[in-house]
Design a protein around this ligand. Sequence first.
Ligand code: AMP
Length: 544
Amino acid sequence: MTKFSDLDLDPRVLQAISEAGYETPTPIQAQAIPEALKGRDVLGIAQTGTGKTASFTLPMITLLGQGRARARMPRSLVLAPTRELAAQVAENFDIYAKHTKLTKALLIGGVAFGEQDKLIDRGVDVLIATPGRLLDHFERGKLLLTGVQIMVVDEADRMLDMGFIPDIERIFQLTPFSRQTMFYSATMAPEIERITNTFLTNPARIEVARQATTGTNIEQRLITFTPTRKDRTFTEKRAVLRELIRAEGEACTNGIVFCNRKVDVDVLAKSLKAHGFNAAPIHGDLDQSQRTKTLDAFRDGGLHILVASDVAARGLDIPAVSHVFNFDVPSHPEDYVHRIGRTGRAGRSGRAITIAVPADDKLVKAIESLVKQEIPRGALPEGLDLAAAGSDRPPREDRRGTRDRDRDRSRGRDREPKKPRVEEAAVPVVVEAVEIEVEKPSAAAAAPAAAAAPAAAPARDERREPRREREDRRDDRRDRDDRREDRRDRRDRREDGPAVVGMGDHVPEFILRSFALPERPPADDSAAFEEEAPAEQPVHAEEE
Ligand code: AMP
């Protein structure tokens, strides 16, 4: 078996990895490091958890050991798709390079430009960046990429999902042709294949076994239920999730809840909080300091439930997560493997519980065919009354409790409890009647009602009706918002930038047409031309 000492790494790197407690190189390290040290391009087909970060960081540190950084001209560049992944690479670099004098800068969105500018001005050996922020610095004239000797692209398939490929191509073109490239992707989509064919030279292709099997130390369960009404799916899934978390009790020391859409991440986190859970969201639209704070709190145990999107949570190295809840069945089967792989790490046991509705059947089948096993089916938590779960609002005590806790927290007096309080575990799913606010009928409306129901108070069902209707409307609105958000997400990924705001979702077709300018009329009759020309002009410039 290969040992680190066989790999020709800088002795200072060897010392750092032995201090980190690594004994033997992982397969991707054993194969990629010797090739990289020879100066060859490397194409690594591997995903998080395989030790791929060290497979490019260790040879990079060794190769950069000689030479000095020049102002504004980083000697190497690592591109990662998300801020968290870039920050994680930077942390790894700090560990492995601690006995060297190499310098690094981390260029990620959400962090002020000033500090980053200062570091780059002084000159850095390693620049770790997300593509957008790197190009921002470049365009502001703060950075030259002509000194890059080694360039790493990490998680290229995620870059593709996020629409970063044009940025990556541009960055490749800004670096010298003679650079060494190390390129990592978990899958080789045709677009990724094209990029590697274009920008890598005779790469050593190293593929490590796909982790398409799920760890045996992860206990999986699939809970399928049929919503009472289609438009209540989101609301009832939230009720199911709450009961599932409560049913896990003390065993759930912390958990990540995955949603397919980032708009749901926010709504779900708010809803969980309102129900007394210690939950917070993480997704790409939150500002960096908020994301870092949330992740730190989750790592330290101060946050019990992290509600996340795939992109935000992909590749995050959080060692002790007891539970993963899939609020949605992931649309890409590989994401199921990534998601549940957040638990059961480093030999610990973990639980992964997936909530599904009958419409998810195809997705479930796709996952089961990928992982080559059937996900064991589980039942809905006992006592869960879906029909009564139509309301998503917490019981009054919980609402008051949350407000009080928020106030205490803002006064710096309190931290939220790490897990749902014991009494919450016993709180059944909210029954609508608990939270009915009696609406004051208008005088005209009150008269017939009083005649029909001479009793002092109207019957419960009569009072419940308006709330139900309001909730139905709210659900409809939310569904519309979700669809709009999805469309916006898709538009934002397009190269032509976000759509113009102001016309709603419907843009009349004529607005999208180009207009031809008329040929310049003779000077003397221009006034008359301006009057008449518009009606005569052809609309399609391209067709002329
Ligand atoms: P990565 O795939 O780069 O995200 O690495 C996953 C985890 O494996 C990280 O926590 C690394 O610290 C750890 N790791 C990387 N290489 C080794 C190794 N050779 N031995 C033990 N742990 C490692």
